[in-house]
Structure formats: structure tokens, C-alpha cells
Design a protein. Structure first.
Length: 313
């Protein structure tokens, strides 16, 4: 399996480990979306790999979306987009990225930001349909896209000293890229609506209690636990893995196409909102002026932006 700049791969027998590598905080940007799209397509054709482990390099997971990328997407649409037009845009973009040749050409046009979103949806959906067991080792802070990515994996293992959460509502943004759909199907509508509206993060113990993650480990045991689990999962036949995932996701947890389109439209609508653009710009400035980007700095930034929005309403 080919290593790429943002996704570093290492294969051991039937297990492929994929490490996020976009320092300092492994933010999910356009290049990572392209590499994830390529990787998930390659995995569909690789019968030698039976389990895939996603984690972050060092003690940093996929922290959240790359904020400058979101701002570029918002600024490419100077007016607020209504729900109906947004649904049409998302549907067209998802059809375009399904063809890699078309995606490659349109990536050099003004549509690249919409394709970024659509490509991300496609890649995460593909994870749910792979014949491999997809495990994620959450070895660091997982906010927004970090949490969404984790929810797209089959099994989630989390270090006991870190946090996870869909925090987007704090800056007026919908937790798109399948976040609202996957969270709802995992924890149920009542818990999901509160978590999404609060936009707060959970400790590892809270996350395992409500079912967002499967296992919590002390950091010093995290790698060993993940490796042992991946080895056990790799012993399952691809046929039974495929049928179990289809039975579970098709019946209860796999987001429907219509739900995904509605969510995508909601993300575009909130992304193009004037107040949201202002909040994202403020958060970008905060990140640029508060290095090093430790967990405490990241969390304080979300609190500060969220409180600022409340004061100005």
C-alpha cells in the first residue's frame, strides 16, 4: 500500500496502519481528503489486508478540520446559500468526485472547495463498505472532523487522557461530513441533538459510557491493545466481515443518501453564513497567534469563540 505525504502507511502481515501526518496538529485539509479518497479506493481492491488501523503520529490525532480550508470555501461563496440550492450543489459535487478523472480536472477550478466536501463524504462512506475491519486508535484530541472520522470507523479505541466532541455549533457550523448522521445512529436522537447543540467535548470515560467509543485505555497500553485487537480482527474472513458490516450498517447505522444530502446542504448553508465566517476567521487568527498548539490551547480557543458568539447575539 502506497504511503502519501499526509497518510503514512505501514503494513504488518494482514494489518495496515495508517498514521495522520500533517503537523503540528494533523488538521484535515484538501490534500488529506485526496489521499484518503485514493487510499479507500485502493483498499477496496486489496484482498491481502484484513484490518486497517488509523491513528495519529506522536500523541496527536486528527485534531479537527483545517480552518483556513473552511474559510476559503466560505469566501468562495460571498452570499448565503439557501437549503435547496445547497442540496443541488452537493449532489452535483458528489457525482463529480465519483469519477477521479473528473475530480482531478475540476480540482483546478473554482469548484475545488465543494469537491473537497463531497470527496470527504465519499471517502468516509467507503470506510463503512470496505471488506476490512476499520479500527481507529484515538491517541489525541479529536474535535469536529477528528470525531467525525472516528465515528466512520468500525471500532474506536481511545486514550483515557484525551477528549472527543463535535464542537462545530460553537462557531455556528453544522457538523457535516456525516457527523450528524453517524452520531445520531450511534447514540440516538435525544443524546445527539443535545451533544450537537452544546458543541462540547467529552472525556474518554464519558464517550465510552454513551457508546461513542468502544474501549478506553491508559496511554501506555493503547498501542498494545490496538495491535492485539487488529490482529484478532484480521483473522476474520473478508466474507464474514463484509456481511456483518452490511447487515449492521444497512439496517441501522449506515447513513442514507437522502440524509447525507440534507446534511451536506445544511453544512453549506451554515458555512456561508456571515456570522459563521466571522467566527472561523477569529478562530484562525487565534490559532495563528497562540503557538504551540497544545490541547489546552485548542480547547480554550473553542470556548473563547463560542462565548464570543453568545455575547454578540
Amino acid at each position: 500500500m502506497r504511503t502519501s505525504p499526509r497518510l503514512v502507511t505501514e503494513q504488518s502481515d494482514r494489518v495496515l496502519t495508517v498514521a495522520f501526518d500533517n503537523p503540528p496538529r494533523h488538521f484535515f485539509d484538501e490534500q488529506m481528503s485526496i489521499e484518503l479518497d485514493n487510499l479507500t479506493r485502493e483498499l477496496r481492491r486489496d484482498s491481502a489486508i484484513r484490518a486497517v488501523v488509523f491513528t495519529g503520529r506522536d500523541d496527536t490525532y486528527l485534531t479537527h478540520f483545517d480552518v483556513p480550508s473552511l474559510i476559503r470555501g466560505a469566501e468562495s461563496v460571498p452570499v448565503r446559500v439557501g437549503h435547496g440550492p445547497a442540496r443541488a450543489v452537493i449532489a452535483g459535487a458528489r457525482a463529480a468526485v465519483a469519477n477521479r478523472s473528473v475530480d482531478s480536472v475540476l480540482r483546478r477550478t473554482g469548484l475545488r472547495n465543494t469537491l473537497f466536501l463531497a470527496r470527504t463524504y465519499g471517502s468516509l462512506e467507503r470506510l463503512s463498505r470496505l471488506d476490512q475491519v476499520v479500527i481507529t486508535e484515538i491517541n489525541g484530541l479529536a474535535l469536529g472532523m477528528g470525531a467525525i472520522f472516528a465515528l466512520a470507523c468500525d471500532i474506536r479505541i481511545m486514550a483515557e487522557d484525551t477528549k472527543i466532541g463535535l464542537v462545530e455549533s460553537g462557531i455556528g457550523l453544522l457538523a457535516g461530513a456525516s457527523g450528524t448522521q453517524r452520531l445520531t445512529r450511534i447514540v440516538g436522537p435525544a443524546a445527539a441533538v443535545e451533544l450537537l447543540l452544546e458543541g462540547s467535548w467529552l472525556t474518554a470515560d464519558d464517550a465510552v459510557q454513551i457508546g461513542i467509543v468502544h474501549h478506553v485505555c491508559p496511554r501506555e497500553r493503547l498501542r498494545a491493545f490496538t495491535v492485539a485487537l487488529a490482529d484478532r480482527m484480521a483473522a476474520r474472513s473478508p466474507a464474514v466481515t463484509r456481511e456483518i458490516k452490511r447487515a449492521v450498517y444497512d439496517s441501522s447505522t449506515r447513513p442514507t443518501a437522502a440524509s447525507m444530502r440534507r446534511e451536506g446542504a445544511g453544512l453549506v448553508r451554515t458555512l456561508t453564513d456571515r456570522d459563521t465566517k466571522r467566527s472561523m476567521a477569529a478562530y484562525r487568527t487565534y490559532l495563528a497567534t497562540n503557538e504551540p498548539l497544545t490541547d489546552e490551547v485548542i480547547l480554550r480557543g473553542w470556548e473563547r469563540i463560542g462565548n464570543s458568539r453568545q455575547l454578540h447575539r
